[in-house]
Write a protein of this length. Structure first.
Length: 187
């Protein structure tokens, strides 16, 4: 195991554990057992558990910000089409593991300043990028910011709902929500 790949392995294992049971499950013993290696391997890569938790937050935050920047890049689409694409992405490709990690980090952020800072940075990037698309549709900055908040409230809210719908009905509902969220009457 090399230093960088070994370090990343510990961080990945920590992300899985946090998603399965919260930050309390991110313990050196639990991770070593999951990985099938000794605790000594951990201490060659991290000073202590806090260093691992900080690395976990940095890795998670960096990945989430990169994802939103990629998802909101226009790539030949107009801003309305890009917004609809993001809605489809999060509505059609539900990722329970990623949502569990997101929720666990958000819960942790209620009691930990470092986790709160990571969540705030991710939220700021998400809102900034989506608000920028709404500004490109002609909304003033304040309205674009409010619409971005509604957009992400929908994205996360719908992923938590248990909608027992046939795929065709779910797609129809997603399209209707996307139409509502991208209807802009700029003044």
């Amino acid at each position: 195991m090399t230093g960088a790949s070994g370090r990343e392995m510990w961080i990945e294992a920590a992300l899985k554990e946090i998603g399965q049971g919260g930050v309390e499950r991110v313990r050196v013993e639990v991770l070593a057992e999951r990985l099938g290696i000794t605790k000594g391997g951990f201490y060659r890569r991290f000073k202590d558990r806090r260093a691992l938790l900080d690395a976990l937050l940095e890795t998670w935050g960096r990945a989430r910000i990169a994802a939103v920047e990629q998802q909101t890049a226009l790539d030949g689409e107009g801003p309305r089409e890009r917004l609809k694409s993001v809605i489809r992405l999060y509505s059609e490709r539900l990722n329970p593991e990623a949502m569990a990690i997101e929720l666990a980090i958000r819960q942790w952020s209620r009691a930990d300043a470092s986790a709160l800072a990571a969540v705030a940075a991710v939220d700021a990037a998400r809102l900034k990028n989506v608000a920028n698309l709404y500004r490109q549709l002609g909304l003033p900055a304040e309205d674009a910011q409010a619409r971005a908040v509604l957009f992400y409230a929908y994205i996360f809210g719908q992923s938590l709902l248990v909608l027992d719908l046939a795929p065709r009905k779910r797609a129809s509902l997603t399209a209707a929500c996307a139409a509502l969220l991208t209807e802009v009457n700029a003044t």
